[in-house]
Design a protein around this ligand. Structure first.
Ligand code: A3P
Length: 304
């Protein structure tokens, strides 16, 4: 199917990555044709880690002198349309935008894993931000999103049960998975190139938004001035990009408007909480996934 996100439509790419088959061509086109510029800003994440939120924050930081907060694009547009995703928006046959013609600084996002990033990004000095999220929340969020796509495009297939979604996720079969390798790839790269790759956690951003918003702006080369701090610009950005505001946009309520992956915009907003997995996973599932995480992340000094 054209828009399948369901697990049966995941294909193994370069021997070890699971890519939704309808994105595969896009991923390969990015690798072959994308020419990074030093001024590019690239958001990277495995799906369901907070990409939409980060798109809004990065867009707001970089463009904050161009718009005022009463007529800002994010009051009418879903963040997905403010920051294009390379493999699904720009490098598909149907794309009408030529990325080479976009003015600098260009903002992009991608779900491509670190080891599969195109050479032009690796060789460039462009800034990269990675957002990661607790695997248990990613799993729950992913099942919800995948089932939205199934319900729409794979009507012949039953919705994924929690047990199935869990099994697939644990064996690495999630979009752009395995989850752990995706995170580790960017974590290691961020240690090697800290001035270039900022590694953020969804949970930190939720519990300490001001601190991480400052860090993000600094990293992107758009630090907040003292004047902006005094004027409450940071609070305004956080408010504009909040789950509450973005999930209530008119565009999300319009069932005729669909996002770049074919489902309605509202699919990118569910609960936006930390730890919702507690309401879904069984004790056995929690123990199993924690054990995998402990093994895979052993020796890394980060945890959830
Ligand atoms: P939940 O399904 O747990 O609610 P992505 O954007 O990478 O696809 O991730 C989607 C997840 O981020 C969803 O998680 C969604 O609700 C959450 N999300 C979207 N916008 C958010 C925001 N502004 N603040 C916090 N979480 C947000």
């Amino acid at each position: 199917t054209e828009n399948g996100w369901s697990s049966s439509n995941l294909v193994l790419y370069q021997g070890s990555r699971y890519v939704p088959n309808n994105f595969l061509q896009g991923v390969m086109a990015v690798q072959q044709h994308f020419k990074a510029r030093p001024t590019d800003i690239l958001l990277t994440a495995i799906p369901k880690s907070g990409t939409t939120w980060m798109k809004a924050l990065i867009f707001s930081i970089v463009n904050r002198t161009h718009y005022d907060f009463t007529t800002h694009p994010l009051l009418t547009h879903n963040p997905q349309d403010c920051v294009p995703t390379l493999e699904t928006n720009l490098y598909r046959k149907t794309s009408i935008t030529n990325p080479d013609l976009l003015p600098s600084p260009r903002l992009f996002s991608t779900h491509i894993s670190c080891s599969s990033l195109p050479k032009s990004i690796i060789d460039s000095s462009c800034q990269i931000v990675y957002i990661c999220r607790n695997p248990k929340d990613v799993l729950v969020s992913n099942r919800y999103f995948g089932n939205k796509i199934r319900a729409k495009f794979n009507k012949d297939q039953p919705l994924l049960s929690l047990a199935e979604a869990f099994q697939l996720f644990c064996k690495g079969a999630s979009p752009f998975g395995p989850y752990w390798e995706h995170v580790l790839g960017f974590w290691k790269a961020s240690l090697e190139q800290p001035e270039r790759i900022l590694f953020l956690k969804y949970e930190d951003l939720r519990s300490n938004p001001l601190v991480y918003l400052r860090k993000l702006a600094q990293h992107l080369g758009y630090p907040f001035s003292l004047e902006e701090e005094k004027q409450g610009v940071l609070e305004k950005i956080l408010n504009l990009c909040s789950f509450q505001n973005l999930s209530n946009l008119e565009v999300n309520k319009n069932p005729d408007k669909v996002s770049h992956v074919g489902v309605e915009y509202s699919a990118f907003f569910r609960k936006g909480q930390v730890g919702d997995w507690k309401n879904h996973l069984t004790a056995d599932m929690i123990e199993h996934i924690d054990r995998i995480t402990e093994q895979k992340f052993h020796g890394c000094d980060f945890s959830f």
